[in-house]
Design a protein around this ligand. Sequence first.
Ligand code: B12
Length: 212
Amino acid sequence: MSEEKLINAIAEMEEEEALKEAQAMLDSGVSATDLMKSCRRAMEIVGERFADGEYFVPQLIMAGEIMTQISEMAKDELKEGEGEEEEKLGKILMGTVDGDIHDIGKGIVNFNLDVNEFKVIDLGEDVKAEEFIKAIKEHKPDIVGMSCLLTVAFDSMKNTIEAIDKAGLRDQVKIMIGGAPINDDVCEYSGADDWGKDAVEAVSIAKKWMEE
Ligand code: B12
């Protein structure tokens, strides 16, 4: 099955094979969303091998590069079905929190929001609380999204949300968070309004809030 081949190729760092399989899956009609789900499974395996001491940082970087290339391919696929520029559903400010530079998942979330008619302003990675605050004042978003992959960055996420509150801006925005280690407890701890496990949930949360 090509899904297994893709997962193995990414987990084994076989770049050429991985890209070939990803393209073959898209060509055979697998949706970009399902393709990204398979990639995420592969990245979990890479993460487990890293945690077990089998892989090191260079392998994380390599896997990240393969993943980025595949998400570019998936984006092209999704864009083909896109219509004319339509009125946006809402404005979302997105960033990976202070101390964290993981940006692949955020990119996928941004892209999914974008194709679902949201205007996304991406502040990038390692975004300090002051940068979120400045951008909220400047862009007046409806929603702020924060991505966080490191447990050590939970506090910076919490501090950022507290700082937004202290700046008197908390009532103006809904805040959603996400990233592999996020769950209900982390959401409550951070003070966010909700969290999503993937890019599809990010869109449904955003749509739900815009309807309210
Ligand atoms: C690739 C990778 C890297 C790459 C990142 C490249 C890049 N440009 O992003 C590099 C090499 C830079 C890296 C560095 C490090 N990493 Co790293 N990395 C990973 C790895 C293997 C995959 C992450 C990934 O891209 N996944 C694929 C994407 C698609 O999934 P995702 O990010 O979860 O995003 C999805 C959802 O979570 C959700 N989502 C994401 N954001 C948001 C936001 C919102 C608002 C919503 C609603 C949803 C949402 O939607 C996304 C799409 O479905 C993970 C393992 C893992 N299981 O996650 C480790 C992992 C996250 N890294 C880890 C570590 C320890 C590190 C380092 C500290 C290593 C080191 N010693 O230097 C550094 C930290 C650097 C820093 N300051 O941030 C640990 C963290 C452990 C922990 N408890 O915190 C992990 C879990 C590996 C492990 N098992 O030990 N890493």
